[in-house]
Design a protein around this ligand. Structure first.
Ligand SMILES: *Cc1c(COP(=O)(O)O)cnc(C)c1O
Length: 219
């Protein structure tokens, strides 16, 4: 199968209401353009410098998502054009995003990243951390960011039950936060979960956005 076929096959497997983010972090602009030419215009990257370089070169109707760990000093690189930051894991980062968004006269949409895996190394908030953030006075004065949902990465394992359990957990966090902090806000509706190896489980458990790299780009 070539790139176009792999993309088409994945799109056929994903319900229409689930958004596909093509994770192009290891791909060059020519390969990304090939996907773009198949009429797919939503891409995700995990390095601020790389996404900026690609944004400059590629067509401007691409929707760029940021999915990696974001350092505060890199926020300015992406703040003019980023469509959604999936990986907010501290109030400090949110404050910085707000500051840069304000300078650019924008409102930047963000997801709260939760640590749902058993691995130690992954970034992300606990439910407690997230509630601390949402309850803080600082959070409540931020006018140039909008929290539109949650994101999480499951453990890298063959154990499907474990993966499912982690996605169910993220869904529970979403429901809880929605009910407690965003009940009236229609914009709080995204659950970003599912990658090449586990997107089918993620969709079964309520994902609204899947982030897929390998299954699209690697034969
Ligand atoms: C790389 C990456 C993906 C895509 O992973 P694949 O297994 O290649 O589909 C999704 N989310 C994040 C945060 C990533 O860094």
């Amino acid at each position: 199968m070539n790139l176009a076929d792999r993309l088409r096959k994945i799109k056929e497997e994903i319900p229409e209401k689930v958004k596909l983010i093509a994770i192009s972090k290891t791909e060059n602009v020519n390969t990304i353009k090939q996907v773009y030419d198949c009429n797919h215009k939503i891409f995700g990257e995990n390095k601020a410098i790389d996404v900026y370089d690609k944004y400059i070169i590629l067509p401007k109707d691409i929707e760029w998502h940021f999915v990696g760990h974001l350092q505060t000093n890199k926020v300015k690189n992406i703040s003019t054009f980023v469509n959604l930051i999936h990986s907010v894991d501290s109030l400090k980062l949110l404050v910085e995003i707000n500051k840069e968004a304000k300078k650019k006269n924008r409102i930047i949409d963000c997801l709260l990243e939760f640590h749902i895996a058993i691995e130690e190394s992954k970034y992300g908030l606990s439910l407690n951390d997230a509630e601390g953030l949402l309850n803080s006075e600082m959070f409540n004065i931020l006018e140039n960011i909008r929290i539109t949902g949650v994101m999480g990465m499951a453990t890298f394992t063959e154990d499907k039950q474990q993966i499912r359990k982690e996605f169910v957990n993220l869904r529970k966090y979403f429901d809880l936060i929605k009910g407690k902090y965003f009940a009236e806000m229609d914009y709080f509706r995204e659950i970003s979960m599912g990658m090449s190896s586990d997107y089918k489980i993620a969709i079964e458990e309520g994902s609204t956005m899947v982030r897929i790299g390998t299954a699209i780009f690697k034969p």
